[in-house]
Ligand binder design. Structure first.
Ligand SMILES: [Zn+2]
Length: 253
């Protein structure tokens, strides 16, 4: 828990203090402009992050899920400071970079060993589903200690957590009450990305990719894209599994 707070603060520092050569506070300006442009996301260039904090940049590659969440929490904190009213949730698009060449994997070469890791894929968008609203975090109340908390939804159906967030609370699965009305939702869109013609590898040549909010705008059917995302394998039965990528960044190529 301590570690996450540390990352969170580092992202706030990055947004507030990253300076271009001419002295422009690039991300500070970008965040100020979010409300003016009625947008909900900012674009982070990996090279900037690497320049500001090699530590953060490395952790984004090695441990993408909490880092992306912290980057978004830090963005929300700053947005709340700028606005007195209700603040729309902010999203971050980590623009994929060629610098980290070892995470770029041909679609045909995605394997179980890539599960939960950050991967870079290149391909053509051959299909696009309608956007849908889904539960991002499910809310639970512990009936033993009274704590209310949100847990990321990682399975197809909402499942009660196996332990409480309160240290020393002995609550078990059956002690948690699902508080549906406090859930956190987000809009996602599924696209199907097919390997580019120059990929000579054999194997499954297409992959489903989930895009959040503003990332959807970049994705048009027929375009070639470079995507950074977290590769997820969901086991359906002993012999059947499904895989997809939760995008954290996308750019057209
Ligand atoms: Zn508890």
């Amino acid at each position: 828990m301590k570690l996450l707070v540390e990352f969170d603060r580092k992202f706030e520092d990055f947004y507030r203090h990253y300076q271009e050569k001419d002295g422009t506070l690039k991300y500070n300006e970008m965040i100020k402009n979010i409300q003016i442009n009625k947008a909900s996301s900012i674009e982070i260039y990996y090279e900037d992050l690497l320049d500001f904090s090699p530590y953060l940049a490395r952790h984004l590659i090695e441990n993408p899920e909490p880092i992306v969440e912290d980057a978004e929490n830090a963005l929300d904190n700053i947005l709340r400071g700028y606005s007195k009213g209700e603040v729309k949730k902010g999203y971050v698009n980590f623009i994929p970079s060629e610098i980290v060449s070892d995470i770029i994997i041909p679609i045909t070469e995605l394997r179980a060993k890539h599960n939960a890791k950050l991967v870079g894929i290149k391909g053509n968008i051959i299909a696009k589903q309608r956007p849908k609203i889904q539960i991002k975090k499910a809310c639970f109340k512990c009936q033993l200690c009274g704590a209310t908390f949100k847990a990321k939804k990682t399975t197809a159906r909402v499942q009660k957590p196996s332990r409480c967030i309160t240290i020393n609370c002995k609550a078990r699965k059956s002690d948690f009450k699902y508080v549906k009305k406090e859930n956190e939702y987000n809009r996602t869109q599924e696209i199907l990305v097919q390997t580019l013609p120059n990929d000579i590898h054999c194997g499954q040549n297409r992959i489903k990719v989930n895009l959040n909010e503003d990332l959807m705008k970049i994705a048009r059917k027929g375009t070639n894209v470079f995507i950074w995302g977290i590769y997820i394998i969901l086991i359906k039965s002993r012999s059947d599994y499904e895989s997809h990528i939760d995008a954290v960044g996308i750019k057209t190529i």
